[in-house]
Design a binder for this molecule. Structure first.
Ligand code: TRP
Length: 336
């Protein structure tokens, strides 16, 4: 019986995804990624690897202390949301240094022209003009190494990362052609991902980089959420389409009971909506959803050794797989 269960665990499709330690999770990153991770984990159908991509974050502008602090904080938040070390392998990328080794090998088989096509590089280098580093350019190759190190075949990502998943297939193919069949082909696992917009600038995707008051963090209290929502844009100048109001309704649809959403939705359609009421209802609903989360998060942050234990277990499990892959790869490419 135990052997059977083990074989079945080995045969499950391998999911890999990552998240950068950008700070506290907000409702956009939650609905866009982490909520889905937890559902995939709990379905029991997959062998899930999730990493906190601190190597990736080196391509940005965080200080060392910020990076350390945010890495621990996001680990606490993922655990508080229900990533379970019995069911998933959650680890910090740099705890498994094989990621960079494989990434180097992949760099040597990836044409520069392919990376020049990456739209995320173009966007990021436009935003980060003062620090267009080589790491930012080869970042998609590191992402490929992340997944292929575990021979992941399914990669839950948003639309903005699909191009990177296509690169996973290309790099696997280039490697296999040159050194022998070894890596599988990965596919994006696209689910319906709601696009949550900024509170203050609802034409843009919700992101902490716009400013703290543009996002609702999962750790925010009801008062804090209401304070931010009071400033949220609902109407556009000159009337017409109101993306801000639509965004608040989208959040209510995902976090609130259906009847509550429907009553505000109807009020919006017939023009009787009072945005003050919508904002109050939304603050209450979101804060209520994350009461248990906030308690667990605070407990973990007060006991960092608990967090360290979780991620150490993840690194041990991930490291064992990574070591095996790298030992095969070194032989295949002739450096051992
Ligand atoms: N690059 C991703 C992001 O910024 C995070 C990430 C790192 C990732 N490694 C990954 C996503 C591997 C999917 C697979 O959002």
């Amino acid at each position: 019986m135990r052997v059977c269960a083990k074989i079945q665990a080995i045969m499950k499709p391998i999911i890999f995804s990552g998240i950068q330690p950008t700070g506290n999770l907000h409702v956009g990153s939650y609905l866009g990624a982490v909520k889905n991770w937890i559902e995939l984990q709990n379905s029991g159908k997959y062998d899930c690897f999730f990493c906190i991509a601190d190597y990736h974050s080196l391509t940005g502008n965080m200080t060392a202390d910020e990076r350390r602090e945010r890495t621990m904080r996001i680990a606490a938040e993922l655990l508080a949301l229900g990533i379970d070390s019995q069911k998933s392998t959650l680890f910090i990328q740099s705890h498994v240094p094989e990621h960079t080794e494989l990434s180097w090998i992949f760099n040597t088989i990836t044409p520069v022209a392919e990376l020049e096509r990456m739209t995320q590089f173009k966007d990021k280098s436009a935003r980060q003009e003062a620090n267009i580093n080589t790491g930012l350019f080869t970042y998609p190759v590191l992402q490929v190494a992340d997944v292929l190190l575990y021979k992941g075949t399914l990669v839950p990502v948003g639309q903005d990362q699909v191009q990177h998943v296509e690169l996973m297939r290309d790099i696997a193919r280039w490697f296999n052609q040159r050194y022998g069949e070894y890596f599988p082909e990965a596919k994006p696992l696209l689910t319906e991902i709601p696009k949550v917009m900024s509170l203050l600038d609802p034409e843009k995707k919700m992101s902490k980089s716009l400013g703290a008051d543009h996002v609702i963090e999962l750790a925010d209290s009801e008062e804090e959420i209401l304070r931010k929502l009071k400033r949220a844009v609902t109407a556009t100048e000159g009337g017409g389409q109101a993306p801000g109001a639509e965004n608040l309704l989208l959040l209510l649809r995902h976090f609130g009971p259906p009847a509550l959403f429907e009553s505000f939705f109807r009020a919006e359609k017939n023009g009787s909506i009072r945005y003050g009421d919508l904002k109050a209802a939304l603050a209450k609903t979101i804060a209520g959803t994350f009461v248990g989360f906030r308690e667990k998060r605070d407990m973990l942050l007060a006991h960092p050794t608990k967090i360290e234990k979780f991620v150490a277990r993840g690194a041990k499990r991930a490291g064992a797989v990574a070591k095996k892959t790298m030992s095969d790869v070194r032989k295949l490419v002739g450096i051992r």
